[in-house]
Write a protein that binds this ligand. Structure first.
Ligand code: SF4
Length: 441
């Protein structure tokens, strides 16, 4: 790693929380190898872009980020990693470009050092794909986001192969950290002052593929770990959110009444085209199960509109189902064509205009659901974790059941309430309409 000593690097991340946590780990590893992080305005020897490829827009943003950094640091080694695979021919970013496959992220520092030591072997290094090891290794990551909560990566990759998704190809098969190592990372986050940890991964509920451990045992061990006061599970497939997990969360010390469950479509026909592993009946029963154990839970739900084969009739059916679901919010994504996916063989392309129109309808429904969830809790007192704020007179935070709260109070000045859990009485909507105004009790 001598080749890296004294070099300066810049880091740029796109996409999900998992990517942000991983960039933070790569940065720490680079620093341990003697690389300094370039400050704003300083020139860099190495640029590392952790890309996203969830949609065509994400692809284009990834490309733009690489272009921008290449223009700013024309002599730097440009390293792209993550889910977006840039075209390697023609060489858009010159010889001085290294693509590190998502499955090779664990070896990124070594690959960069090798490339810097032997620049002429560029082509050989570029094609170092883990052909024989589609699962890849698990690269641990735990990072603080926006100065308050920590994101702990517990799992990576996916074995599901939904027809529209490239993640199993980009990130490899499902793998995970051991319970013991993850508990240690949570305890370390607590030592650094962390109060809330969000468990992240690609298909979290599939935890255990490499260690033979169970997801429920991970939750129990984290709940018993010292220091962390709040855990949230970032997203879990409905078929993997077992009754045992829900029951455990309802009685646990620190797991919040908050679930994020992908539905993707409210039409059974579209779910079948997507190769999802449940139908709408199962999903509806799962939501009821959550609310039976945890009636005040916040339930966020992902949906994709405009999947190939989603006719007007099927979308109308999906929207009716979504309307009937007692959930708190929908996160809408427009289907986008991904090279190499099975979905490309499905007939019935939905036009961009139709996709836009359908997104708008789901967003409108989501707004209604969110307002209903918030309105139920007006007048109640709930625990809120106050977040770092640049404006000492106004602070924001989330209740246990994920209601955004604004605490407006000149008296907060200088009180150092950042990263503190306080009891807040919830009042009316704020002016912007994105939070309830609260008063600290
Ligand atoms: S579950 Fe499906 S959508 Fe989610 S990452 Fe795996 S293949 Fe992609």
């Amino acid at each position: 790693m001598n080749a890296l000593k004294g070099k300066r690097a810049v880091f740029y991340t796109l996409g999900c929380k998992l990517n942000f946590a991983e960039t933070s780990t790569i940065q720490k590893q680079m620093e341990a190898a003697g690389v300094e992080t370039a400050r704003n305005g300083e020139s860099a020897d190495i640029c590392i872009v952790n890309t996203c490829s969830v949609t065509e827009v994400a692809d284009s943003k990834s490309r733009q980020a690489i272009n921008r950094l290449h223009r700013k640091h024309p002599n730097a080694l440009m390293v792209a990693t993550g889910c977006y695979k840039p075209p390697l021919t023609p060489p858009l970013w010159g010889e001085n470009f290294l693509f590190v496959d998502g499955k090779q992220k664990g070896e990124i520092v070594k690959l960069i050092a090798e490339r810097i030591a032997t620049p002429l072997q560029a082509e050989k290094t570029d094609t170092l794909a883990l052909e024989g090891d589609k699962r890849g290794i698990f690269v641990p990551a735990c990072a603080r986001g926006e100065r308050t909560r920590f994101f702990l990566k517990v799992q990576d990759g996916c074995d599901y192969f939904c027809t529209y998704c490239t993640i199993p190809f980009a990130r490899g098969r499902s793998r995970n950290g051991s319970i013991a190592s993850l508990v240690k990372q949570a305890e370390e986050a607590a030592r650094q002052g962390g109060k809330e940890v969000v468990l992240t991964g690609v298909n979290i509920g599939d935890f255990g593929k490499t260690t033979g451990e169970r997801f429920i045992d991970l939750l129990q061990a984290l709940d018993e770990a010292e220091g962390i006061q709040r855990y949230r599970i970032s997203s879990i497939e409905p078929n993997l959110l077992t009754e045992e997990v829900i029951r455990f969360c309802s009685q646990s010390r620190a797991f919040m009444p908050h679930f994020h469950i992908p539905l993707q479509s409210g039409s059974d026909e579209v779910l079948r085209l997507m190769h999802r592993r449940y139908d709408t009946k199962f999903f509806g029963e799962k939501i009821q199960e959550v609310l039976t154990y945890i009636p005040d839970a916040f339930i966020g739900v992902d949906v994709i509109v405009g999947m190939r084969g989603e006719t007007d009739e099927l979308f109308a059916e999906a929207l009716n189902f979504m309307e009937a679901m007692p959930v708190s919010q929908y996160h809408v994504f427009s289907y986008s064509e991904r090279p190499g996916t099975k979905a490309l063989q499905i007939p019935g392309i939905v036009s961009p205009e139709q996709k836009h129109e359908r997104s708008q309808q789901v967003l409108k429904l989501s707004d209604k659901k969110l307002r209903t969830h918030y309105n139920i809790y007006k007048g109640q007192t709930r625990p809120v974790l106050l977040e770092h704020s640049k404006n000492a007179g106004i602070m924001h935070g989330f209740t246990d059941n994920y209601i955004r709260v604004e605490v407006k109070n000149q008296e907060l000045k200088g009180k150092g309430l950042d990263n503190t859990i306080v009891q807040v009485r919830l009042g009316e909507w704020n002016e912007k309409g994105d939070a309830l105004i609260g008063e600290i009790e």
